[in-house]
Design a protein around this ligand. Sequence first.
Ligand code: SAM
Ligand code: SF4
Ligand code: SF4
Length: 334
Amino acid sequence: MAVHDLRGRSLGDLRISVTDRCNLRCTYCMPRESFGPNHEFLPRSGLLTFEEIRDVVVAAAPLGVRKLRLTGGEPLLRRDLERLVEMLRIAVPEADIALTTNGVLLSGKAKALADAGLDRVTVSLDAMDASVYAAMADVDHGPEAAMEGIEAALDAGLSVKVNCVVRAGVNEQDIVPLVRTFGPRGITVRFIEYMDVGATNDWSMASVLPGAAVRTMIEEVHGPLNAITPSSPSDVARTWSTKEGWTFGCIDSVTAPFCGDCSRARLSADGALYTCLFSNDGHPLLPLVREGASTEDLRQAILSIWSGRNDAYSEQRNGSAERSGRVEMSYIGG
Ligand code: SAM
Ligand code: SF4
Ligand code: SF4
């Protein structure tokens, strides 16, 4: 039973945030000034349990959800995450189950996650240079742990991609080194334009390096690029290959928005459904789940939320838009 929103877009992906906590403080996502020692994270009792997440997924799956992505915050901070993967694999055997992680804790978890039924992992890694990595993530270490995590994921048989958020003037010199590190390994790095998500980062248009500039930088070193035809219209990344056959992608969410094909819903760690990354408010499902709603009741609730969806923030973006009150990415999941 496919469900369509007010713009005719179907529901295909569910991104599930399993925690709002993180072991990094990326300046573009959880700046330390806002997410310092006094920040109040969600109480444990307010998080959806694995069983409750599974119940929402089971309700959503017949509406067309085929891709599940576990995210956060840092999803590997949630204890025994592999148990959730296993539960989802059993509940929706045909689903594509992916994980987005900063990779710091991945080396110890990759095999258990793969054994539980995880298909894919995306590791966020913004620089190969240790000091640039440390500056982007606001930590005192380089990318070593994330790199070990990537190796462990490959060893475990998981398909791996790398995400890099590009901030103009901060990590743009790491674009070519990232392609040169991962290209020969058959790992696609996807360069993401820095977005004005949430209300705490210091986004301005000047801090966005357009994807076109990313491609030019790679072209200057590796020669003309070959555009690869997308496998699905809802692919947010456009992909190119270099003459060496190395692939990389660009997610030009600011300069070339893709709201027209957006099939993603987001479930926050405390059980609210968001229909856009730039929403102010979610639709709370937790009360329904905790009141013992049937799968059919939950499905009807999700169907009605998606049917009323009209979001297209990135296409309507206007630099002066009011940001206060907007939900943070670490809370609803990127
Ligand atoms: N902690 C995990 C990680 O970093 O992969 C999962 C959650 S994180 C919010 C998901 C993705 O969102 C990451 O790839 C991150 O780089 C991206 N992200 C966070 N803030 C962003 C922003 N302001 N603009 C673009 N991408 C952003
Ligand atoms: Fe944490 Fe991921 Fe946000 Fe970085 S991007 S602060 S790793 S949630
Ligand atoms: Fe989807 Fe909202 Fe992003 Fe547009 S701005 S692509 S509707 S999440």
